[in-house]
Write a protein that binds this ligand. Structure first.
Ligand code: WQD
Length: 341
């Protein structure tokens, strides 16, 4: 099929583009490169030997987006493009609502006008808010507690209303838990700009010697070792989930929602020690105060994706850490930064 991938130069996007190409699909990527590098796509082309049609553009540029749909005929869209830093979203809510929600509205209008009704949407477990009734199932009441999560929840509502109004829509909503790791080649991976908000990239930068220690945000949670528990999932398992969802909606109308997680939780200290083992590097840490908005425990019940899609995560925490380290060690400053930057 001919697939448009928005935000395809990003961490999850680039790994999904690679998997789509390996499955024989034709891929066009639109990305504004605000939080990604076109190098990721060049490396995906190198890894697959396949060409990617890249369009540098912003979903807020309606004319540009419209022209893309006039020029090319897509069978489906995988929609990753969006701002995704929880803390930043609380400081700049308007930017997040405009970028994520208005950008998606532009995309949906262009799709409908072009008669493209098949969509895989990159949502997030953040829509469940600080819900503690784990394991989280898709029917758990939503309750995002930050602007980023609320943009994802609002987009899910828009998609629900759209598919109720027009049965031609075929929509898969994928709620990711904590995506980590990298392609086994170490050629593509997560390359956050500035100081990483998330645990794995931060720990990886400590292992690489870019940072001196990791701060553990609280050790007084009601968990085995007192630190926060999350459902970390390998980005290649996540990419496979997108293929499975695309195949599912190829001939099913309506809207479908799936958790993409492993169903297992790992604590911060378990991650630190797993990364230490995988990298052979010391990971000094110190315990600091809790981070506001953090839930103590969050992990998925991924059984619906297994039943409906025949999909489940196959890689464990140690593989996530060793693949993440392979990327970080080979690219200590990510894609385009020069050493020392
Ligand atoms: C994981 C655990 C922290 C950093 C967020 C978004 C989610 C998704 C993934 C976009 C928590 C602890 C972290 C650090 C720490 N992003 N931690 N020290 O908050 O579960 O999820 O990122 O879709 O939507 O909500 O991920 O990696 O930030 O935190 O102790 O320096 O690690 O308290 O327990 P989170 P995270």
């Amino acid at each position: 099929m001919k697939i448009l991938v928005t935000g395809g130069a990003g961490f999850i996007g680039s790994h999904t583009v690679l998997t789509l190409l390996e499955e024989g699909h034709e891929v066009t990527v639109i990305d504004n490169l605000i939080n990604s590098a076109v190098d990721s796509l060049e490396r995906v082309e190198g890894l697959t030997g396949k060409k990617i049609n890249f369009c540098e553009g912003d979903l807020l540029d309606y004319g540009r987006l419209r022209a893309l749909f006039d020029q090319e005929e897509f069978d489906s869209v995988v929609h990753f493009a969006g701002l995704k830093a929880v803390g930043e979203s609380a400081e700049e809510p308007l930017r997040y609502y405009r970028n994520n929600v208005v950008g998606t509205l532009n995309l949906l209008e262009c799709m409908a006008d072009a008669g493209v009704y098949s969509l895989v949407f990159s949502s997030s477990a953040t829509v469940y808010g600080a819900s503690e009734n784990v394991p989280l199932i898709e029917g758990t009441p939503l309750g995002a507690i930050n602007p980023y999560g609320r943009t994802k929840q609002q987009i899910e509502d828009i998609l629900t209303d759209l598919s109720a109004a027009d049965p031609r829509w075929r929509v898969a909503v994928l709620r990711y838990f904590n995506p980590v790791g990298a392609h086994e080649s170490g050629r593509i991976g997560e390359d956050p700009k500035g100081t990483p908000n998330n645990l794995l990239p931060y720990v990886a930068q400590v292992a690489a010697g870019r940072r001196d220690k990791v701060t553990v945000f609280g050790s007084d949670y009601n968990t085995e070792d007192g630190t926060g528990v999350r459902d970390y999932i390998h980005v290649m398992d996540l990419a496979a989930g997108h293929i499975a969802a695309l195949n599912f909606i190829a001939n099913k109308n309506g809207i479908f929602r799936w958790n993409l997680g492993t169903g297992r939780g790992s604590s911060v200290l378990e991650v630190v020690s797993a990364f230490q083992k995988a990298s052979g590097r010391p990971i000094p840490y110190e315990v600091g105060p809790r981070r506001s908005g953090d839930a103590a425990v969050s992990y998925a019940d991924p059984s619906a994706a297994l039943v409906d899609l025949g999909w489940r995560a196959r890689r464990d925490l140690s593989q996530m850490c060793s693949d993440h380290w392979a990327w970080q060690e080979a690219n200590p400053f990510g894609y385009t930064h020069q050493a020392g930057s």
